[in-house]
Design a protein around this ligand. Sequence first.
Ligand code: GLC
Length: 744
Amino acid sequence: MNLRNKALSATLLLLGLAGCITFSAYKTPKGAEKTIDQRVDSLLAKMTLQEKIGQMTLYTTDWGATGPTIREGYTNDIRSGACGALFNSHTVEFTRELQRVAVEETRLKIPLIFGYDVIHGYKTIFPIPLGEAAAWDLAAAEQSAHIAAVEAAASGLHWTFAPMVDICRDPRWGRVMEGAGEDTYLGCRLAEARVRGFQGKGLGNTDAVMACVKHYAAYGAPMGGRDYNTVEMSDRYFREFYLPPYAAAIKAGAATVMTSFNDFDGVPATGNKYLLNDILRDELGFKGFVVTDYTSINEMTSHGVVANEKEAGELALNAGVDMDMQGAVYQRFTAESLKEGKVSQKEIDTAVRRILRIKFELGLFEDPYKFCNAAREKRELLSKPHREAARDIARKSVVLLKNEREALPLSKDAKLAVIGPLADNTSDLIGPWSAAGSGDDCVSLLAGLKAQHKGKINYVKGCDVEGDDRSGFTAAFSAAQAADVVVVVVGERATMSGEATSKVDIGLPGVQSLLIEKLAATGKPVIVVLMNGRPLVIPEVDKNATAILEAWWLGTETGNALADVLYGSYNPSGKLPMSFPRSVGQIPVFYNEKSTGRPFDPNSKWTSKYIDSPNTPLYPFGYGLSFTTFQYGAPTVHKTRFRKREIVKVQVAVTNTGKVAGEEVVQLYVRDLVGSVTRPVKELKGFQKVMLQAGETRTLVFELGEEDLRFYRFDSTFGSEPGEFDVMVGGSSDEVQHIRISLD
Ligand code: GLC
C-alpha cells in the first residue's frame, strides 16, 4: 500500500475510532472483548461524583402525575448529568429526543433508561392484575405481560414498575386491584409468570422490558387498610405470608426492586437495612438495583426517623437504596454527606455499578436508540393479535358468582333490557394504572352485546355510579318489565381503586343496589355484571340478583369478552383470588386463617365468632361457578406415609356432569395438623386448570413433597416437621374433600 493510501487509511481509522469514542465511549473495540463489569469499571473511573449521583437519580417528566410532585426542567437535568433515568416518559418520539440530549449533549454520553407503570398493558389494556389472577392461568398472565412489554418496548420504554406482588387481605385498600389477592402460593406463581412475561428472553431484547418487583415490602398490609399506613407484623408472619412473592419474582430474574412507602417493624422500608440488605441481598441474592417509590426517601422525615432530607438520604443509601425516585435527595445532599463521611464512596460506586451494569445489559451503549423504532411502534400498539389476546384473557378473568333459574347463558334472540351506569361506559374499563391505554379504544358492554345480539336491546342508564338520584328508576323499571331478561351493569368508578383510594365503605356506591332491588321486583331474571377494582360488600345484590358476574376492570376488549361469556360462547372459569366479605366488620377475612383455641362451633357459645354475622365470607377464596357442573371423586394417594426425599402422588377424578364443556380450577390445599407453631387451617399448595367435555372424567395427579410442607418453625428455621397432614382437593377453598398423609 503506497504512502498516500496508508495516510488515508490511518486517517479513516482515527476518524473511525474517534467516531466510536464520540458515539459511544464504551463500545468494545473489536478483539478487545471486555466483560460488562470491566466496561462498567472503565466508565466509573471516568465519572465525577456529580455524574455518579446523577445516575442514582430518577425523575418524572410532566407527562403524568403518579405522585405529589412534578419537576420542571428535566431536559436540563439530563443535559447537566443530574439524572440518569426518567419515568412517565414514553413514545418513540419523546424518548428519542430525551435520549439524544443524554448521548449527544453530555460529557460522558451515558444513555438514559425510561420507566413507566405498565401494570396491565401499555396501549392494549388487559384485566387489572387482581382480575387476571381470577383466571388462575399462568400462561395467560405471562402472555399479557409479554404483550405489554412488546408494546412498551416499541414505544421507547426499557423498564416497567411491575409486577406489584403485595399480598393483601384487606379490600379497603384500593391497591388490591394491582396485585394477585390474598394467597401467597397463587401470588408467587403469578409473580414469576409476570416477570417472565416482561423480561422475556432477557434484557436488551426489544420485545422485553426490565421488571421492577414492588412494593418491597409488605405494603399490602397497612393498618386499617389505609394506604401508606403502618405495617406491623412478626418476622415469622412476614416470611410466611408476605415475603415469598417478592422472593419468587427475584428468583424469576427480576432486574429491579422498588421500596415501599410503609414502615416495617418501625423502620421505613426505604431506609430498612434488614429488608434491603440482610434479606434482599444476603438471603435472596438479588443482584439488580433498588429504586425507591415516589419521594419515599424524603418521606422518612414524616415517618420521624430522620430530622431532615439529608439524613434521609444517608439512611437510604446506607440501607441499600441505589436510585432515588423523584426526591432529588441524592442529587442535593449526597456529595455533602460523602464529605462528612456519613456515606462512603464505596456505597456510591456500588449503587452506580448496579445501574450502569443494567444499562450495558440493555445494549444502550451500543445503540441508545434501539428501543426507538417508529415503524415497530406503529405495528405493535393495539395490533389485532394483541386485542384478540386481551379479549381471551378478559373472558378467562370473569368469575360467575351466582346463576339461578339458568338465567345464563343468554339467548341472542331474547328481548334484552341493558341497564346501569357502566353498561355504555368505556372510560373506566381500563381501570387504574392503565399506562397509555385509552377508553376511546375500549368496547363497552352495550357495544359488545349489540355486536352479537339478534333480538331487541333496550338500554336505560337508570342511575349514576354515585349520588342518590333515582329519577332514572322509572324508565329502567319499564324497560325491565318489557324485556325477557335484564342485564344490570354496576360497580365502582375506576378512580375508586388504585393508589390512595382506601375506603371504609366497600358496598356498591350510590343507589345502584336499590336499582337492582327495584328491577328484581319485576320478577324478570336480573343478571348483575359487577365492574370494580376490589372485593365489594354486596349481600343485597346476592339476595336480589338472579345471576352475578364479577367482571373487575377487563380492559380494552371488555364488551366483546363479556358478551362471549353472557352468551355462553365462552363458559366462565374464573375463581376468586380474594375473599368477598359479608361486611366491612369482618375484615380481614381470608381462607387460610388459624384454627384458634376455640374454633367456631355452632353448638357452643364459647367459640370464636360474631354474634351478628357468620365467620365465613359471602364468597370465599377459590370460588367460582360454571355453566356446567363438576363432580369430584374422593382423593387418593399412592402412599399415606412418606419420608423427606419422597413424594406423595395425590389423585382425584373430576367429572363434568353438565351439558356443556367447561374449565375447572382444581385446587389442592394442605393443613399441617400439629406444628411447633400454629398453622393455617388450609394452605393452597397447587392447582390445575383443566378443560372437560360434557360427561368427561379426568384423573388429575398432584405431587406433594416435604418441601411443600416447610414453614418457619418455632426456632425460626425454615423446614418441615414430621407428623400428620390433611390434604384437601376441590373447586373452592370451602368445598374440598380430605385425605390424611404423614411425614416421617
Ligand atoms: C407511585 C406508586 C408506584 C409507582 C410510582 C411511579 O407512587 O406507589 O407503584 O410505580 O409511584 O409512578
